[in-house]
Write a protein that binds this ligand. Structure first.
Ligand SMILES: [Zn+2]
Ligand SMILES: [Zn+2]
Length: 208
């Protein structure tokens, strides 16, 4: 998990989660390149734009990144279950940006799905309003303004997604190591995409 402050492991927002389930959620299946797991993005009312954003970073941004940036994650991606459920929430009561859900703690949706497909299905959650406000490093002078906000959001979503996927792939890996990879990833992707500014990196986020 990524927290702004360190704390114990906990069950985030169960009551709110239950209430949101009552109001109904929608699902979006995101099928990427064959070596990446399928993502089943589940989102509450109001979350569709964010789900689409997540789909775009998974399908377009991730494959477009320089291989040196993605290489540290390649082996991890291959270890994941073929299908991973991504539960989107506006925010978690615990203020975490996301969690991975260890085996046996998945939602009913995921457990039912695993039964249906007859194989392991992973599950993580991401809290998009907290991710939007997350600032993993001091902003440079380049990194300011509305355009940056959009770019930051895309990269931060991808960063936290990969962070939680790494926890899923390596349940015993320490937070510090997982956090180290994701901090590096954010920094490198940010500088790469800032270099590409004007080459379309910003345009894709225009709907946010
Ligand atoms: Zn973590
Ligand atoms: Zn939490």
């Amino acid at each position: 998990m990524i927290k702004r402050t360190h704390g114990r492991v906990h069950s985030p927002g169960l009551v709110r989660r239950w209430l949101e389930q009552l109001r109904g959620r929608e699902q979006m299946l995101v099928r990427g390149p064959a070596d990446l797991p399928l993502l089943l993005v589940s989102y509450p009312p109001g979350g569709q734009t964010v789900a689409e954003e997540l789909r775009d970073v998974w399908l377009h941004t991730l494959p477009s990144l320089h291989s040196s940036v993605v290489d540290p994650y390649r082996e991890m991606l291959l270890r994941l279950p073929a299908l991973v459920v991504v539960l989107l929430w506006r925010r978690n009561l615990c203020t975490c940006l996301g969690h991975h859900h260890p085996r046996g703690t998945e939602s009913r949706l995921t457990r039912r799905l695993a039964g249906d497909v007859g194989s392991e299905v992973g599950e993580i959650d991401l809290a998009w309003e907290s991710i939007r406000r997350w600032r993993p490093q001091p902003l440079s002078s380049l990194a300011a303004g509305a355009k940056f906000e959009l770019l930051h959001f895309r990269i931060a979503m991808l960063t936290v997604l990969l962070h939680e996927l790494e926890h899923l792939a390596y349940p015993d890996r320490r937070e510090r190591a997982v956090r180290h990879s994701s901090d590096e990833f954010y920094t490198e992707v940010l500088s790469e995409l800032l270099r590409q500014e004007g080459a379309g990196a910003f345009g894709m986020a225009a709907s946010l």
